[in-house]
Write a new protein. Structure first.
Lengths: 279, 218
């Protein structure tokens, strides 16, 4: 789970670089660790250069095989390219991301799903639902000899919530995962269902997870409540035992992501006051 | 813990409980009890708890240090954990809330140079709430000037949460001053620059606008 203060993923390449240098590094193909850093950099800096998206799409299509000597994970460049494409918000990248969603590498599928969610790509709803349709016994079952599940369920489910197509079939695919035995999957399901249906019961699932004994689960519930912008969570967010940094991110979400506010919900000034107190 | 009649023995026993806590929950509970005593002898132990990576216990320790107040300032300044930005953030939060002017140099340095956004944002807030009462005008003005310089530079920080902290610091720094004071005008101009594009975080824009409204309503 993301903490707050992550530096660049490769420390030896972590010195400040220019956009031109990032593009040069991504364009060359001899040194994948340079490409890896460049892809991250272009997404982080929200590069608007006309070459950026085409180069990232090409890096995503390459799917370089693992090179242990490069010191980076399997398909690392493609994964970072997918993440950057999600941040850059160019819907033209959707076809390549949809192709990556069918890759054998579940880490790449995860990155592609998150990016498609960020792009709000409606055309991703059907293939994502297809991957989740086998439910708890299929997609949600653990892999043998690995802590991972058969599918990157959290990323797939969160993408459906972000895309926001509230069709009954979509809701029906997600609902079983609210009963998954892993709290992080339940949290992702409740988040997406709250986004899609605005039903209070899904918010209440997240509030329960805010009181979970594991810090990692409370952190995930904080991020999920922030992503939805569910204002009734203000007091429980203040009260939960977690870092102020994460509470501040969650409360920023309550300010910025609220789609509709009920009369009884805290107003923006009240949320801002809570943020002031957490600084 | 025993119900000793001797206050020093009680504090000692509360400190021992914290040191012997063998779980996150026990650390939280024992720290809360020690913090509630708000006794100066608890300061070194409460400062240690800031480094334990237990957010609940750290909140309790900060509350205790704030309640102890000026007597906690020197130990906080002397024991800043340079290897742990989480611990530094809690220490800066405590110093910010105590508002003792001896902390100013540290707050300036923290906002300008610390690698941890959580440290910088706490420092930004603290620069708005130094206790300047009892100082002569020239001295108070000189300190205000330093706070404003640091906050103005902090408005260009790369992290939204630090810029958010800067809006809060600016509001608190000049809210007690007349609208026409040069500090009010400078603070308002920095706040105006954060109240719309190119500021990219909507929440920072909203907070800056709220601060401007409050400054105008005075």
């Amino acid at each position: 789970m993301a903490g707050e203060e992550h530096g660049p993923p490769l420390t030896e390449a972590g010195e400040p670089i220019s956009e031109a240098e990032a593009l040069r590094r991504l364009r060359q193909t001899d040194d994948q660790s340079l490409q890896y850093y460049a892809a991250w950099w272009l997404g982080r800096m929200r590069s608007r250069h006309p070459d950026t998206v085409p180069l990232l799409r090409s890096a995503l299509r390459q799917r370089q095989p693992r090179d242990p000597s490069a010191g980076v994970e399997h398909n690392a460049v493609a994964r970072n390219a997918a993440r950057a494409l999600g941040k850059l918000g160019d819907g033209g990248a959707a076809p390549d991301l949809l192709a990556a969603l069918e890759d054998d590498d579940d880490g790449l599928r995860e990155a592609a799903a998150r990016a498609l969610g960020e792009l709000g790509a409606l055309e991703a709803v059907e293939p994502i639902c297809a991957r989740l349709a086998s439910g708890l016994a299929g997609a949600g079952a653990p892999q043998t000899n690995s802590p991972k599940l058969q599918e990157p369920c959290e990323a797939l489910i969160e993408a459906l919530g972000a895309i926001g197509m509230a069709a009954p079939a979509v809701v029906g695919v997600i609902e079983p995962f609210s009963g998954h035995d892993r709290p992080l999957v339940r949290s992702a399901a409740a988040r997406a269902l709250l986004q899609l249906t605005a039903e209070v019961r899904w918010g209440e699932v997240l509030l329960e997870l805010l009181e979970h004994p594991q810090l990692q689960v409370r952190r995930a519930a904080l991020m999920d409540l922030g992503a939805v912008g569910w204002r009734p969570a203000l007091e429980p967010i203040r009260a939960t035992l977690a870092e102020n940094s994460l509470k501040l991110i969650a409360l920023r979400g309550l300010v910025e992501h609220t789609s509709h506010r009920n009369e009884a919900d805290p107003d923006t000034e009240t949320v801002l006051r809570a943020m002031d107190d957490l600084l | 813990m025993t119900c000793s009649e001797n206050p020093a023995a009680v504090i000692e026993s509360l400190i021992r409980d914290v040191r012997e806590a063998d779980s996150a929950l026990a650390l939280l509970q024992t720290t809360r009890r020690l913090a509630a005593a708000a006794h100066p002898e608890a300061v070194p132990c409460l400062v240690e708890v800031l480094s334990f990576n237990n957010p609940g216990a750290a909140v309790a320790a900060v509350d205790g240090l704030i309640a102890i107040g000026t007597e906690a300032v020197e130990p906080l300044l002397a024991n800043l954990d340079e290897h742990n930005y989480g611990a530094r953030a809690w220490a800066v939060r405590a110093l910010a809330a105590i508002g003792d002017v001896r902390g100013l140099g540290l707050l300036e340095e923290a906002l300008g140079q610390d690698i941890g956004p959580s440290v910088r944002r706490a420092a930004a807030r603290g620069l708005g709430q130094l206790d300047l009462t009892g100082l002569g005008d020239p001295e108070a003005d000189a300190l205000r000037q330093r706070c404003l310089d640091a906050l103005e530079a902090g408005a260009a920080d790369g992290e939204w949460v630090v810029r958010y902290g800067v809006t809060v610091g600016l509001e608190r720094l000049v809210l007690p001053l007349p609208t026409t004071s040069p500090w009010s005008l400078r603070a308002a101009s920095v706040l105006a620059s954060l109240s719309g594009p190119p500021e990219e975080a909507e929440v920072v824009q909203l907070r800056a606008r709220l601060a401007l409204e409050r400054l105008q309503e005075r």
